[in-house]
Design a protein around this ligand. Structure first.
Ligand SMILES: *Cc1c(COP(=O)(O)O)cnc(C)c1O
Length: 374
């Protein structure tokens, strides 16, 4: 079988290897067979290992759904009676977390911070001091819309000082940026198989503190399908998901995890950084401008403003690149036209070099002239 290779520069799903794609082609199996539970048990351990969690202290719980299911599950399952959620809102994904809290009618302290700068820790500390009933603090590790990196370790330390625990949406950082849950003061984090581990869509996971999950057994139940304790308990008792798992996606994830550990945490992060450096070289060469200073970026997403030049047409440039196997993606910053180039997935420097060559052809074919180096 020969599968066409596309270079995805969108923020996930990411480009996958052929071996991960082909790992989905397996004999039909009923996921209630012991053989299938035997695939998920080591997977749960591997997912904890990626963020260096002590397996006594941390566990992982798998869900069938896109990454947002973990935002939903973590927020709605981990808030005890009489407690408030504190969400640091500085991007599209933390806005989503605020929306989830409101949908469930949960008491929410929303700490709004600028989209383009590191949040002010003093403001977060003040909110914690003024609200002694905060159950958890929630922060997006890497805001994928802008590329902003949040100071999760410092925010986690603050949460702990005020008796709250920390939930971080690490979906667009997990298995890319090295994370150590205990050093980074993270009690719960989450991700999705189509991002960092370079697997397929449809499988997502929460990694978090066993003792808090056990305690959450008595927290208010706000959802039937999306409850963390229920899924955890089922896994602990039977080794299975409560409801039908995404079978083929799990086979692909098993292969993706093998490849993750083969490549290694450091080498993989070095590769993503190499890819981003190549993206930035092209940006500078063409005189494109990014929405955020590089000093506050995580280094995995470049959010580029639409250039203010005659004839610029994102659709046309996109289509030209797409037809040649390169996918670029619109921006996600309200009121600001732009597009994104992301360093996720099974790609390397040469792919970016090839991409910029095609991008330049696209400009030429459409009569668009960019300013060039500053
Ligand atoms: C991709 C992503 C998600 C999940 O989005 P889905 O579309 O539900 O897969 C959640 N949080 C962050 C930060 C993300 O980048």
């Amino acid at each position: 079988m020969n599968v066409k290779r596309n270079v995805l520069l969108n923020p996930g799903p990411s480009t996958t290897t052929d071996t991960v794609k082909l790992a989905q082609v397996v004999p039909d199996i009923c996921p209630r067979e012991k053989e299938f539970a035997g695939i998920m048990a080591p997977m749960r351990e591997d997912l904890v290992r990626i963020v260096h969690g002590d397996p006594e202290e941390y566990t992982s719980v798998l869900f069938c759904g896109s990454g947002t299911i973990c935002i939903d599950v973590a927020l709605n399952s981990l808030l005890d009676e009489g407690k408030k959620a504190l969400v640091i809102n500085n991007g599209a994904y933390s806005q989503r977390a605020c929306d989830v809290c409101r949908y469930y009618g949960m008491p929410l302290i929303e700490v709004k911070q600028p989209l383009n700068d590191t949040p002010d820790l003093q403001v977060i500390e003040d909110a914690l001091r003024q609200n002694p009933d905060i159950g958890y603090v929630y922060v997006t590790y890497h805001e994928t819309g802008t590329g902003l990196l949040n100071p999760v370790r410092e925010i986690g330390a603050l949460a702990h000082r005020y008796g709250a625990f920390l939930i971080s949406d690490t979906t667009s950082a997990y298995a890319m940026i090295p994370i150590n849950v205990s050093e980074d003061n993270i009690d719960f984090c989450m991700a999705s198989a189509q991002k960092g581990i370079m697997g397929m869509t449809g499988l997502s996971y929460i990694i978090g503190r066993r003792d808090i999950i056990e305690r959450s057994r008595n927290f208010p139940k706000r959802s039937y399908y999306c409850n963390l304790y229920m899924q955890y308990e089922f896994f602990e008792k039977t080794g299975e998901m409560h409801f039908t798992p995404p079978v083929q996606t799990i086979y692909a994830a098993r292969q993706a995890l093998r490849e993750y550990f083969e490549e290694g945490e450091e080498a993989k992060w070095a590769r993503h950084q190499r890819v981003m450096a190549a993206i930035r070289r092209g940006i500078d060469e063409l005189g494109l401008k990014e929405a955020l200073p590089r000093s506050v970026q995580a280094g995995l997403v470049a959010a580029i403003d639409y250039p203010d030049v005659p004839g610029w047409d994102f659709e046309k440039v996109h289509d030209y690149c797409y037809e040649r196997g390169f996918t670029i993606y619109p921006g996600k910053i309200d009121g600001r036209g732009g597009f994104r180039l992301c360093a996720l997935g099974a790609i390397d420097e040469q792919d970016i070099t090839d991409f910029w060559a095609v991008f330049k052809e696209a400009l030429k074919a459409n009569g668009i002239k960019l300013p060039g180096p500053a």
